[in-house]
Write a protein that binds this ligand. Structure first.
Ligand SMILES: O=C(O)C(=O)C[C@]1(C(=O)O)C=C[C@@H](O)C=C1
Length: 364
């Protein structure tokens, strides 16, 4: 390519950037107007709701449907995600608590869902995220709920039994683990590998094959593992890109998870009910009486009405020995007439039923 051609193309990019800049600013001014309208239409004593997950899902879907490339749909939606995040911050800066410390996959999930314009607050444990949301110190919390290799995150399920929370969104993240070392690590004398227990389990076969005799030490998070390695010469950590970047570690081996499709699903929790979008999921907790056929009775109404169950999990109820609660996710919104009917039918048989929330299916 000649210098001349390059110069001409860069001039074109400059001109386009000016247009993009003007359009983004116009969009931001529009969001400010939206905020004004929301404030103006409030009833006496009503608090304004600036964050609208159902609208955000619609905006992102529309972008993906209309995108003609060359940027991929996900990439384009990611850019719009950030624009919307900044527009919302003009209306109201959201505060979001997540399972920390900084650099965890939960932080990456929070950024994927809310964008980077939120004020994020790392918490030391899942229960603390719930408590922070319950206390009203933040608008939303982000917690992991299930992993495709290792199954349910029981701390999260149990916290739903203790706190009244509304689920207002979900996000799925492909989880890639790397073996990370610091600049002082002697890579031929690694005697200890730190990571979160779930991550050690997700890389079990790889560790058995490559480091069978090295001690595996479970710590509170992958980010904590990365932090520890920084100051030690004989240890390595298993963690993801964010933690590697944050603590300046290098990848001794990349993508070492046993299953290439290893993914974790995260939930956004808060107190805000989300209206239907037409493409939603609902999460409920149900406890049934301890009698034969109870689970069957619970599942039949879903089957009879053609409602797609996406997950069912069992946990001890904590209110009696050998009694259980079921966590069920299914497709649909609790305000859909069909779903309403199913929930009414189940409540007749159940000891207790609680709708944890209906929320748009993950777009990104
Ligand atoms: O449509 C709204 O209600 C807005 O506030 C605008 C907007 C946006 O930027 O598109 C911003 C924040 C909301 O969460 C949803 C959408």
């Amino acid at each position: 390519m000649s210098e001349q051609e390059l110069k001409a193309l860069r001039l074109r990019i400059d001109a386009l950037d000016e247009k993009v800049l003007e359009l983004i600013s116009e969009r931001a001014r529009c969001a400010q107007e939206v905020a004004r309208v929301k404030m103006a239409s409030l009833a006496e004593g009503e608090v304004p709701v600036f964050y609208r997950p159902e609208r955000e899902a619609q905006v992102l879907k529309r972008v993906m449907e209309r995108n003609k490339g060359p940027l991929g749909n996900e990439e384009m939606a990611r850019l719009f995600r950030e624009i919307m995040s900044s527009c919302l911050a003009l209306e109201q800066p959201l505060k979001v608590a997540y399972l920390g410390p900084e650099g965890t996959f939960t932080q990456a999930a929070a950024m994927k869902h809310f964008g980077h314009a939120v004020i994020s607050k790392p918490m030391a444990a899942i229960d603390e995220v719930f408590r922070e949301v319950a206390a009203g110190a933040v608008n939303f919390g982000v917690v992991p709920v299930e992993n495709s290799t290792e199954g349910a995150v029981n701390h999260t399920l149990d916290s739903f039994l203790e706190h009244d929370m509304v689920i207002c969104g979900e996000v799925e993240l492909r989880i890639h683990h790397h073996l990370l070392v610091g600049e002082n690590t002697k890579t031929d004398s690694i005697s200890r590998i730190y990571s979160h227990a779930q991550s050690l389990a997700q890389c079990r076969k790889w560790l058995d094959a490559h480091y069978p005799n090295v001690e595996r030490v479970a710590v509170s998070s992958n980010a904590e593992a990365a932090k520890r390695v920084k100051g030690e010469w004989n240890s390595a950590a298993i963690a993801g890109d964010m933690a590697a970047g944050l603590y300046g570690l290098t990848r001794l081996a990349e993508k070492i998870e046993d299953r290439p499709d290893n993914s974790t699903r995260f939930l956004m929790i808060g107190s805000q009910e989300v209206p239907p979008t037409g493409d939603d999921k609902t999460s409920i907790i149900v406890s049934m009486s301890n009698k034969p056929g109870a689970l069957h009775e619970l599942l039949v109404p879903f089957h009879d009405n053609g409602i797609d169950l996406t997950r069912i999990e069992t946990r001890p109820s904590r209110s009696g020995k050998w009694t259980y609660v079921f966590f069920i996710d299914f497709v649909g919104h609790h305000r859909d007439p069909l779903v309403k009917g199913v929930l009414e039918k189940i409540s007749q048989e159940a000891v207790a039923l609680k709708v944890l929330g209906s929320y748009p299916k993950a777009v990104l």
